[in-house]
Design a protein around this ligand. Structure first.
Ligand SMILES: CC(C)(C)CCc1c(C(=O)O)[nH]c(=O)[nH]c1=O
Length: 310
């Protein structure tokens, strides 16, 4: 079977890579993903200045996944710009750089720097980045999303993508798709970011399990798979000529197959990578290949987006 993916001018030997935020904050972590069986690498969302992030514990494993309120700990955009400048782009593993400024101005400053560096890496703009105080995250504010993207494409003239939070209402899918479709240079969306502001409780300690936000945090893992699949399928259906990258609940070849069946061009692994380590990529890759073999599919295109309805 052939697991390769060619999209946006990059070629991947297989459709699997890390979700931004997991095993991607330091060059050592990024190199570990690049050295693994992953087909690509994405950096931790960066801000203008380095950030320590929230007090720990800020990540916790939960019975059916994970919860996190990391608070954007990262080395600052120049660190990832430097990593991208030194990255072996001939390795056949594309590098994606995730950007999540605390303000629009920060995002524009970082995007201008990445534009001027003229590197082959692709930008993934995190729309879960904060909005004005008292307002929902950018991705949940359709007017703000439109404004941010209008300003972004004025300075960043290369193809780019956005990381989307999960949506749960058909009207929201349609509204956000309408915003995204008005930007031709926006070539892909990654669905989904963590399901926001969940609360995991440990009844033995009768306590929350992470320190920030009185225990509220973004959910990942099994908890979010059906939501992730719905967002991949809806945006695959509603977006014109754009790719959808699947993220959420992938822990074996089975969920990777589901995401691609729902329309995903490639897929990102978060919680499972955090818990298992970079060996998960070879395992999931081999499991996906075995499923394809069993079903008689030779390439990902043979089944991509061909989810049956009843
Ligand atoms: C939630 C933000 C801190 C605004 C962005 C960074 C981020 C974080 C994080 O750094 O806490 N965790 C996630 O699951 N998704 C994210 O996009």
């Amino acid at each position: 079977v052939d697991l390769s993916v060619s999209w946006l001018g990059v070629n991947m030997e297989n459709p699997l890579y890390n979700a931004s935020g997991v095993m991607c904050r330091s060059r050592e972590e990024l190199d570990a993903v690049a050295a693994s069986a992953a087909g690509a690498v994405v950096t931790k969302s960066c801000t203008l200045s380095p950030r320590e992030g929230n007090p720990e514990p800020r990540y916790a494993r939960a019975p059916h996944g994970s919860i996190n309120s990391m608070g954007l700990p990262n080395a600052g955009y120049e660190y990832y710009l430097d990593y991208a400048k030194n990255y072996d782009h001939a390795s056949g593993k594309p590098l994606f750089v995730s950007v999540s400024g605390m303000t629009l101005e920060e995002n524009l400053t970082m995007l201008k720097a990445f534009r001027d560096a003229d590197l082959p890496c692709l930008v993934e703009l995190n729309l879960s980045c904060p909005n004005l105080p008292g307002k929902a995250q950018i991705g949940y504010d359709f007017a703000a999303s439109s404004h941010v993207l209008s300003e972004v494409v004025k300075v960043y003239d290369k193809p780019f993508g956005v990381k989307l939070p999960p949506y749960f209402d058909p009207v929201h899918f349609a509204e956000m798709a309408s915003v995204l479709n008005s930007f031709p240079s926006l070539k892909y969306v990654t669905c989904i970011n963590s399901v926001g502001n969940g609360l995991v409780i440990d009844i033995d300690s009768e306590s929350v399990v992470i320190k920030p936000k009185a225990g509220l945090g973004g959910l990942g893992g099994d908890y979010v798979l059906p939501t992730a699949l719905a967002n991949v399928r809806e945006f695959s259906r509603l977006l014109d000529g754009k790719h959808v990258i699947g993220c959420g609940g992938i822990k074996s070849g089975r969920e990777a197959f589901m995401h691609i069946l729902a329309g995903a061009t490639a897929v990102q692994v978060g919680t499972c990578l955090y818990e298992e380590g970079a060996g998960c990529f070879a395992r999931i890759r081999d499991e996906l290949a075995a499923i394809m073999e069993e079903k008689g599919y030779r390439t990902l295109a043979d089944f991509r987006g061909k989810l049956l309805t009843m």
